[in-house]
Design a protein around this ligand. Structure first.
Ligand code: GTP
Ligand code: MG
Length: 202
């Protein structure tokens, strides 16, 4: 699949204000600075579409982008940003968890993991939350341009082994680099395969 059109629709703090759930939707989530907004821009061939920054905590709201006039990509604020107050963290949890649990047209959530970093409790707990609430997800290992291919393979394998400690079955996983446009075809093909499964709400 090729992305022909990608446009910003709305930013909102509450899932209740999201666009009508009448077309399929895919969300990007993960720790602050892991590369969610950059990945969306890479997939859409538009570096200015989602706002990115080298400082964590750039994306603060739920952001919707309409793709090919047929489905939504959703950029979410990251978690695990150390400098955030307890109060902001609680607001984040309410906003994101509310969105993930209630968004009827959410077909898949891409959980982004920096391929260079060892498995972190915060990510594993987040995935457990998704599993417990039947939110479908897959894992995208980001920033693969930053280390050698061999290391990427070894780190992915080690991550899978860690997840096998908790789960019998693992979610699908993909590898990406927004810098080198790696993983684009795989992610878009994955979305293309899931899109026809969408059922319009009555
Ligand atoms: P928040 O919105 O703050 O949660 O962050 P985010 O997950 O949206 O990250 P963002 O896309 O803003 O990227 C964070 C930083 O990582 C930026 O400086 C990007 O240029 C860089 N970055 C993102 N993806 C890649 C990648 O694949 N390779 C490299 N080398 N750098 C990347
Ligand atoms: Mg962002």
């Amino acid at each position: 699949m090729k992305i022909k059109t990608a446009s910003f629709v709305i930013s909102e703090p509450n899932w209740k204000d999201c666009p009508k759930p009448i077309i399929p939707e895919y969300a990007f989530i993960g720790r602050s600075n892991v590369g969610k907004s950059s990945l969306i821009n890479m997939l859409c061939n538009n570096k200015g579409l989602a706002k990115t920054s080298s400082t964590p905590g750039k994306t603060q709201l739920i952001n919707h982008f309409l793709i090919n006039e047929k489905w939504y990509l959703c950029d979410l604020p990251g978690y695990g940003y150390a400098k955030v107050s307890k109060k902001s963290r609680a607001i984040w949890q309410k906003m994101i968890r509310g969105y993930l649990i209630n968004r009827e047209n959410l077909m898949n959530t891409f959980v982004l993991i920096d391929v260079r970093i060892k498995p972190q409790t915060i990510d594993i707990e987040f995935m457990q939350f998704l599993g417990e609430n039947d939110v479908p997800f897959s894992i995208v290992f980001t920033k693969s341009d930053k280390i050698k291919q061999k290391e990427v393979a070894a780190n992915v394998k080690a991550y899978q082994n860690e997840l096998y400690r908790y789960w019998e079955e693992l979610p699908p996983f993909l590898v990406s680099s927004s810098e080198k446009a790696l993983g684009k075809r795989e992610i878009l093909t994955y979305i293309e395969e899931i899109n026809p499964l969408f059922k319009k709400p009555l």
